[in-house]
Design a protein around this ligand. Structure first.
Ligand SMILES: Nc1ncnc2c1ncn2[C@@H]1O[C@H](COP(=O)(O)OP(=O)(O)OP(=O)(O)O)[C@@H](O)[C@H]1O
Ligand SMILES: [Mg+2]
Length: 221
């Protein structure tokens, strides 16, 4: 198993009240598996992805990647894991404003000392239809163009696991389809893909669909 989340619970406080943002959630993905998570706003999807990306600690349960408990890793190992093995595409704007688009996309590759990062970045920008914007700064881009650049950045190191949080929420139908097709190709090439989306139709090639409701995760199909 590449990713295994076991009875994960994350508590948050709202005022004096504590609630379970993620409630005893279990999920597993093999290499090459492609899964989506649906669920209403506020149901805990981003919290779950942040746990998988090692950005949040659990109150109980476990999340492991390639047999290693993510919660036991120190900062340095966690950063390396996130940079090299897990391609995390967060929900919000995450590009560095003083870097050009190509530099933003190539940066994780440079940090991992991987060769040909700029070439791979160019190819990804091309695949996502924004190659002409390579030398622009994020402030000059539209929301959907920024989103696509963030997706390219998450894929630059050819991660074993892609974790994407509503990657198509600000894209038109044709661009959304292109992203879901790219995820399908990535899964076919052997990586695992986990996508939070409000699209209720299973995308082409998708193996399983989870539904999150009030922190509770259910395998739907
Ligand atoms: N740091 C925090 N402290 C307290 N509550 C939080 C915190 N972060 C998120 N929450 C709450 O936890 C719940 C789950 O949030 P989360 O961002 O995981 O939802 P989501 O399913 O991703 O929603 P959306 O579809 O709107 O992105 C929400 O009710 C939110 O208000
Ligand atoms: Mg969210």
């Amino acid at each position: 198993m590449l990713l295994e989340v076991n009875q994960a619970t994350k508590l948050y406080k709202r005022g004096t009240e504590e609630f379970k943002a993620v409630d005893n959630a279990s999920l597993s993905l093999n290499p090459g598996e492609y899964a989506v998570i649906n669920g209403q706003s506020g149901s805990g999807k981003s919290t779950l992805l942040a746990i998988i990306a090692g950005l949040l600690n659990l109150d109980s349960g476990q999340a492991s990647f390639d047999g290693t408990d993510i919660g036991t890793l120190g900062d340095k190992k966690l950063s390396a894991l996130r940079n090299e093995k897990i391609g995390f595409i967060p929900q919000g704007q995450c590009l560095l404003s003083n870097f050009t688009i190509i530099d933003n996309v190539a940066l994780p590759g440079l940090l991992a000392k991987r060769k040909n990062s700029r070439e791979r970045a160019k190819a990804l920008l091309d695949r996502l239809g924004i190659a002409r914007l390579a030398n622009q700064y994020p402030a000059r881009l539209s929301g959907g163009e920024i989103r696509r650049a963030a997706i390219a950045r998450g894929l630059i190191n050819e991660p074993k696991l892609v974790v994407a949080d509503e990657p198509t929420s600000d894209l038109d139908p044709a661009n959304s389809l292109n992203i879901f097709e790219l995820f399908n190709e990535i899964a076919l090439s052997g990586a695992a893909v986990l996508v939070v989306t409000h699209e209720s139709q299973k995308p082409n090639g998708c193996h399983k669909r989870y539904l999150m409701n009030d922190g509770v995760l259910l395998l739907e199909s």
